[in-house]
Design a protein around this ligand. Sequence first.
Ligand code: CP
Length: 318
Amino acid sequence: MKKKQKKSDYAKMQGRDFLSVDDLSIQEIKSLFELAADMKRRPKKYRKALDGKILALIFEKPSLRTRTTFTVAIQSLGGTCVDYPPGDIGLGKRESVYDIAKNLERMVNGVMIRTFGQDIVSSFAVYASIPVINGLTDFEHPCQAMADFFTIAEHKKNIKKLKIAYIGDGNNVAHSLLLMAAKWGASMYVATPPDYAAEASVVQHAQDIAQKSGGSIIVTTDPIEAVRDADVIYTDTWTSMGQEAESIIRRNIFKPYQVNRELFSNAKHDALFMHCLPAHRGEEVTDEIIDSPNSVVFDEAENRLHVQKAILLALLGD
Ligand code: CP
């Protein structure tokens, strides 16, 4: 009886989009994690789960993990994917977002999009009758946050009791992690340089969610305050895709936010080190920390596969 209830939580997601962490309730997130854990344990059971389904992959920015894990995910569920050379589709440039959405909905069963503006994936999702998945925009990286919290759940007992510290740029990854931490009722600190804070609207929304879930969201410019007695320390590149012209100035501004041995020593001895990758070793994190036994960065990368398999089955399944 209990098992049936769990299955129906993700089964109710059929046909929906996944554009933001905010699109999922905490019950749906937990249900997807249970499904992902089973898929990780027993991959053969799901070999035909999306038999004949086709996923389009649109990348307007480079990718290793997202491209590989979505390709492997759909294929290991019995489906296939269509990928396009960079720049081929030209969302809103070669052809309007509306026309691309109206074409693809007649050809494929779902679309994953990595692009710049969140408005592009939102518009696409409005126009297309098929599920649309956000594979990273400038505003959010929800599949990454799903894999990250799935990884935390594998290593730590009770997420609600954890102190999670995010150090560095208040970017798309920080936004998705803020919303996810708030939904779980965790305590999350985000330490950024003064002019590089997370969007105030996202912080406020996360604080509102946390108030109901029993969590807390604290923003600061002090990395030591953020990591003190933390259970998880997370960082990301100081220069995200599309900001390359700012990389030299950013390297100077973000220097005090490097996750190195000295900063890490303020956290709990068994704190996890996390990074969505790609890492710029020697900038936001030292080799010593990313290669340490505390680091779970490759677990996070692998878990993109398992979590996205669960997301695909929930959205594209019959
Ligand atoms: N973390 C992540 O999204 O990796 P890619 O940019 O390589 O896809």
